[in-house]
Design a protein around this ligand. Structure first.
Ligand code: PLP
Length: 222
């Protein structure tokens, strides 16, 4: 098992100030333990059921990140338990998060997922839908937006960098505006294959699965 080596190498390649999310979907608690012991405290899951099982059996001091498409009927199971929901991609989902967090009287921390490559198969909102979503965010009492997330189309470096650059521009543009319930802190972009490019273009949160834990066997997602 090379998890230790992978993490040491990753830490050399990721500057301070860029947060590493260990994407632990499909991985065992034993594998996650190795990452934990090397100091990683941010773990990303894309399935609510898997998250719930791990939440109960893993260390209590980790920050959990929901990174996959989130169904509205699953929000109640994660409310109050996660550090950050990366994948908010509709007004209906936003409203469900608001209502579930109201019940527990807590504030949800979310990112808005942008479908920057305009791929039909991918979730995330289109850039032109962002303003409408943010109008709804401003009305919320139990949700705060902390930034943006994107999964870019598979492609070669120059095009990847263009997508990352577009995201950074949107991110910076909103930083200048004063918007209720919104502060652009996290720009979550870059995965095992392209995190270097993402960081060069301004990412401060990378989501790394295979680059830490090795190839996924049951790889239904992505
Ligand atoms: C699986 C996944 C990742 C990690 O992908 P790797 O290629 O294994 O690094 C990142 N982001 C999301 C949303 C994912 O579902």
């Amino acid at each position: 098992m090379d998890i230790e080596k992978n993490i040491q190498l990753l830490k050399q390649n990721v500057p301070e100030g860029v947060r590493i999310i260990a994407v632990s979907k499909t991985r065992t608690l034993e594998e996650m333990e190795i990452a934990y012991n090397l100091g990683l405290r941010d773990f990303g899951e894309n399935k609510v059921q898997e998250f719930e099982a791990k939440y109960d059996s893993f260390h209590q001091d980790v920050r959990w990140h929901i990174i996959g498409h989130l169904q509205r009927n699953k929000v109640k199971y994660i409310a109050g338990k996660v550090f950050l929901i990366h994948s908010v991609d509709s007004i209906r989902l936003l409203k469900e998060i608001e209502s579930q967090y109201e019940k527990i009287n807590q504030c949800a921390r979310i990112l808005i997922q942008i479908n920057i490559g305009r791929e039909e198969s991918k979730s995330g909102i289109l850039i032109e839908e962002l303003e409408e979503l943010i109008k709804e965010v401003e009305l919320c009492r139990f949700v705060k937006v902390h930034g943006l997330m994107a999964i870019i189309p598979k492609g070669e470096e120059a095009r990847n960098r263009q997508y990352f650059r577009n995201m950074k521009e949107v991110f910076e543009g909103f930083k200048l505006k004063k918007i209720n319930n919104l502060s652009m802190e996290y720009l979550s972009m870059g995965m095992s294959g392209d995190f270097g490019e993402a960081i060069k273009e301004g990412s401060n949160m990378v989501r790394i699965g295979e680059g830490i834990f090795g190839k996924r066997i049951n790889n239904n997602n992505l």
